[in-house]
Write a protein that binds this ligand. Structure first.
Ligand SMILES: [Zn+2]
Length: 78
């Protein structure tokens, strides 16, 4: 959806994102420590309502945030 611009559930191309907006609201970030959080880009389909969420690229590439997450979250396939 993020790269194709097409909904994987209903094949609509009415996909919208807040990726370039200022982040605000309860669903805009995932807390990873008492002060740190990862901001989320949301992609949604206006036809069927399907939603996908991704950590924004700046935070994915932030080494300090990555280390914090790796220290506090459990790796699934380990
Ligand atoms: Zn859809």
């Amino acid at each position: 959806m993020k790269t194709t611009g097409t909904c994987p559930k209903c094949n609509s191309n009415s996909i919208y994102t807040d990726a370039t907006n200022m982040k605000r609201g309860d669903r805009c970030a995932i807390p990873i420590s008492s002060w740190g959080k990862l901001f989320i880009d949301t992609y949604l389909c206006l036809d069927c309502g399907y939603v996908e969420e991704y950590i924004c690229k700046e935070d994915l590439n932030d080494l300090k945030k990555r280390e914090k997450l790796e220290a506090n979250w459990k790796k699934v396939n380990s």
